[in-house]
Design a protein around this ligand. Structure first.
Ligand code: KG4
Ligand code: ZN
Length: 350
């Protein structure tokens, strides 16, 4: 079963091929240079760029793999959450392909795909506890199967990736700043500056990072840190450590509340952060639980995660109608998969 995955929810146009659960090829075209001058993603520019790129990238992946469209068994596409105009480019392209080739379409939840990409490099065991940390989300999940994923907590305001990017910009780093803060932090002392660990005095598994963002922004101003680049490593180390400790604390509470979990998964763009990876791994080790985190290239947005989630869903008999809706950020993704009835499988695959 050869599944094409299409990702266009934000500022990466990405296509990948997954064959029987194995990654065959992955192309990611990032628009970072276009958006960096604005200090964040400009939705209209993002959708135009997806529109220009998606056809040529499809031709390229076919050429790279010396294959024809008719070799594909199914088309998986990120249906949300994300920027509506961007998502529409990917979903319209995917629907046209699925219709023209008469093969199944699988609309994939982008957030679930971030978590499930774990199965490309590890053998998953369920239920797993998933911590998804990205530019738009900081969520905790209980994962029972590729199609049964329960959200335990979410950020009430800013996501962890968002504050990495905003504070990075305030000290003069280029958008998106997460990776640069990670690198600077590795050379600094995490105890140099005192920053809060926000929203811990409650029983909820939700997160709130806006207070830490304000505290960090005030500190930069008071100590004139933007100008004093010699103190950037210490500041970044302290800031990164405050985020990591907050994530560890809530994850540790989620583990305590769910003694049946068998693995800890870390996913999303911020899962590429070296300190966060190390600290969540230490937590998992202390609980005798296996720690699974994708390699950094599979943490940030990519097509492999969409193709993989599509493969897992289709293998379990789920696909989408061609009339499937595209879902922007903030709206719930409906559980509206169609089921393949056993005798029907041939019709859909041939
Ligand atoms: O998952 P992703 O590619 O896109 C979303 O779905 O949001 O995540 C992007 C986020 C950005 O905020 C970026 O700064 C952050 O991931 N990021 C990192 C690192 N690499 C990427 N944050 C901290 N440390 C990193 N090494
Ligand atoms: Zn993402």
């Amino acid at each position: 079963m050869l599944v094409l995955g299409i990702e266009s929810s934000c500022d990466e146009t990405a296509l990948a091929l997954v064959k029987n659960g194995r990654l065959e090829d992955s192309i990611v075209s990032s628009q970072i240079d276009i958006h960096a001058i604005f200090g964040g993603v400009v939705p209209e520019l993002a959708s135009r760029e997806h529109y220009h790129l998606i056809g040529p990238l499809f031709d390229r992946i076919l050429k790279n793999n010396t294959m024809n469209p008719s070799d594909l068994s199914a088309i998986a596409v990120a249906r949300g959450p994300g920027l509506l105009g961007s998502l529409l480019v990917g979903t319209a392209f995917a629907k046209a392909l699925a219709f023209g080739l008469e093969i199944p379409l699988i609309g994939v939840n982008h957030l679930h795909a971030h978590l499930l990409v774990t199965s490309l490099e590890y053998t998953p065991e369920f239920p797993a506890l998933g911590l998804l940390v990205s530019g738009g989300h900081t969520n905790l999940y209980l994962i029972y199967s590729p199609f049964k994923i329960e959200q335990l907590g979410a950020t009430l305001d800013d996501a962890a990736g968002e504050i990495f990017d905003k504070i990075g910009q305030i000290i003069g780093l280029r958008y998106p700043a997460g990776k640069a803060i990670d690198e600077l932090a590795s050379r600094g002392d995490p105890h140099s500056f005192n920053l809060p660990r926000p929203y811990l005095e409650n029983n909820s598994l939700d997160f709130s990072f806006s207070g830490l963002k304000s505290a960090a922004a005030n500190l930069v101003q008071q100590e004139c840190l933007r100008e004093d680049i010699t103190r950037h490593p210490d500041f970044c180390a302290s800031f990164n450590y405050a985020i990591a400790e907050t994530l560890v604390e809530k994850t540790s509470r989620a583990i305590a509340a769910h003694p049946d979990i068998r693995q800890i998964w870390l996913a999303g763009g911020v899962a590429a952060n070296s300190l966060i990876r190390r600290m969540i791994k230490t937590l998992a080790d202390s609980c005798n639980l296996p720690f699974l985190a994708p390699s950094p290239a599979l943490c940030t947005d990519n097509g492999a995660m969409i193709a993989n989630a599509g493969y897992l869903l289709l293998k379990s008999g789920f696909f989408s109608k061609l009339s499937m809706e595209t879902i922007p950020r903030g709206k719930t993704i409906p559980d509206d998969y169609q089921r393949i009835i056993k005798d029907n499988i041939k019709i859909l695959y041939n």
